[in-house]
Write a protein that binds this ligand. Structure first.
Ligand SMILES: C[S@@+](CC[C@H](N)C(=O)[O-])C[C@H]1O[C@@H](n2cnc3c(N)ncnc32)[C@H](O)[C@@H]1O
Length: 246
């Protein structure tokens, strides 16, 4: 796999931390509703494991989690987070597969796909939903977020996040342009600044991202028998879907 995170991995955990302040309550709410069910919770594209930590805190002790993360550099951070904390190490299994290659458990309590669905083409998503839906336990759910833009438009260069560690400050900047009817190309620039503000290091990464809006996601999930609703803070763009018959 072409890994868009290979060069930027050192920045991802600290620069996604603030966003997780917005996502965590909604994800937690979606999973709390499932406390009586058994089965594996799958975190697809688990990144550095911030979602895995929320999942483990939201479900009863011992309920298993499969964290799927194809990027070796991000997986290293994920494994460090998982093995350092007993509440995670006893229940989190880390897979190096990708979304379509991972053998899914027979009973899926929830499938979580945070900040990653744009990596999958419409065909890939259909294949994913077709594989997941028959494995969902009764009341099982799919939790997914849509990040702006939800249409293929230009995004002017914007500072997305900034964090200081020690005497250095880390910044993430993003811009995007449309590269197709449903795709944009992100240009992510990550900077490390000295206390005086001058750049110490800089890395730029480009990757393509499939965009869709809420109506398109609703229609796509409905084709696979899932009914979707928004959950959590309105700015989180977070949705939970269950099988219509559950
Ligand atoms: C922006 S990061 C989000 C990470 C994490 N979910 C979070 O919210 O903190 C996107 C993640 O999707 C993963 N990813 C990209 N393509 C993937 C694929 N085809 N299957 C599974 N994960 C993928 C990346 O390696 C990366 O970890």
């Amino acid at each position: 796999m072409d890994d868009p995170y290979a060069q930027s991995a050192e920045y991802i955990d600290l620069l996604i931390a603030d966003a997780w302040g917005l996502f965590a309550p909604g994800l937690s709410e979606a999973l709390h509703e499932l406390r009586g069910e058994t089965g594996v919770t799958v975190d697809l594209g688990a990144g550095t494991g911030r979602g895995v930590a929320v999942i483990c805190a939201s479900l009863p002790d011992g309920s298993p989690v499969l964290a799927v993360e194809p990027s070796p550099a991000l997986r290293a951070v994920l494994l460090a987070r998982a093995h350092e904390d007993e509440r995670l190490s006893s229940r989190v299994t880390v897979s190096s597969a990708d979304a379509l290659g991972v053998p899914l458990p027979d009973r899926v309590r929830a499938l979580v796909a945070m900040n990653m669905i744009g990596h999958l083409s419409p065909d890939d998503r259909h294949e994913l939903w077709a594989g997941v839906v028959p494995r969902l336990v009764r009341g099982g759910r799919v939790v997914v977020n849509l990040a702006p833009p939800t249409r293929p438009v230009e995004v002017p260069r914007t500072r997305m996040a900034s964090r200081s560690v020690g005497s250095l400050t880390y910044e993430g900047w993003a811009s995007a342009r449309a590269v197709g009817e449903r795709q944009i190309r992100w240009r992510m620039t990550y900077l490390t600044r000295s206390p005086e503000g001058s750049p110490v290091s800089e890395v730029a990464v480009d990757y393509d991202w499939w965009v869709m809006d809420e109506a398109e996601l609703r229609e796509e999930l409905a084709e696979h028998g899932l009914t979707m609703r928004q959950i959590g803070h309105p700015d989180a763009g977070l949705y939970v879907a269950t099988r219509a018959q559950d």
